[in-house]
Design a protein around this ligand. Structure first.
Ligand code: ADP
Ligand code: MG
Ligand code: MG
Length: 252
């Protein structure tokens, strides 16, 4: 699904990723943890093609093709989905219109039939119910005035509607109450299958009580420095990042 080889990237002249390697097979769930400022969000942004993030070295293949040869729309239509850490507001454009456009753009790229307004509305209502958002969220401006928890639920709804093949969720547990956390986790778990892969970026072990990862990676100073199974997340919860060296003592 995804193969990252020796990735170096910078933003605003600051080198952030410093030789990152990661391989994700179809159906796998990988959690990425790490201290603040390690480069976790940067990794998500580089993969999604966000402006301002410059790749200096290394390569990434996504479904066997060079990811960096694809523009943002192509990445999305080939099935890459990034749930943003700070989702943008688009006042004046309803959630429903926005989602319908995105879903149909993706279907068009894949050579699938476009959904009619009625067909889309049916799917959107189901997804809305699944993430426990009231139906009027479909009519509201994209993320306009949404609370943190509502934005996260909305992202999961987008994911369910878009049916991506690789989902990257960044700090989707930040500021979430237990109910919202479970909605995020249930949303992810409902979409898990042998073909779809996930990268779950998180500070806390908490989310991983609900989403059982196949692998847990520790990202520090721009590289994956340790890989393990779900038990690694529990170790971090208990011990913090002291094993990384003196500068990380007391950091968790
Ligand atoms: P994490 O998500 O692991 O907390 P980030 O990827 O957000 O870390 O950030 C990694 C480092 O890059 C941090 O030191 C951060 O301050 C820096 N950084 C991120 N974005 C920018 C930017 N636009 N300009 C300058 N520095 C940035
Ligand atoms: Mg951070
Ligand atoms: Mg971050």
């Amino acid at each position: 699904m995804l193969k990252i080889n020796n990735l170096h990237a910078k933003v605003e002249d600051k080198v952030i990723l410093k030789g990152l390697n990661l391989e994700i097979k179809p159906g796998e769930v990988h959690a990425i943890m790490g201290p603040n400022g390690a480069g976790k969000s940067t990794l998500g942004y580089v993969l999604s093609g966000r402006e301002g993030y410059e790749v200096q070295e290394g390569d990434v293949s996504f479904k066997g093709e060079d990811l960096f040869e694809m523009d943002i729309e192509e990445r999305a239509s080939k099935g890459l989905f990034l749930a943003f850490q700070y989702p943008v507001e688009i006042p004046g454009v309803s959630n429903m219109e926005f989602m319908k456009e995105s879903v149909n753009a993706t279907r068009e790229q894949r050579g699938e039939e476009l959904l009619s307004a009625t067909e889309f509305l049916k799917k959107a209502k189901e997804a809305c119910k699944q993430v426990q958002l009231p139906l009027d969220f479909l009519k509201r401006g994209v993320n306009e005035g949404f609370s943190g928890g509502e934005k996260k639920r909305n992202e999961i709804m987008q994911m369910i509607l878009l049916q991506p093949s690789l989902c990257i969720l960044d700090e989707s547990d930040s500021g979430l109450d237990v109910d919202a956390l479970q909605v995020v986790a249930n949303g992810v778990n409902s979409q898990r299958d042998s073909a779809r892969s996930f990268i779950i970026i998180t500070h806390y072990q908490r989310l991983l009580d609900y989403i059982k990862p196949d692998f847990v990676h520790i990202l520090a100073d721009g590289k994956i420095v340790k890989t393990g199974d779900a038990s690694l997340a529990h170790e971090i919860e208990k011990e913090g990042y002291a094993f990384l060296g003196k500068e990380y003592e007391g950091v968790s």
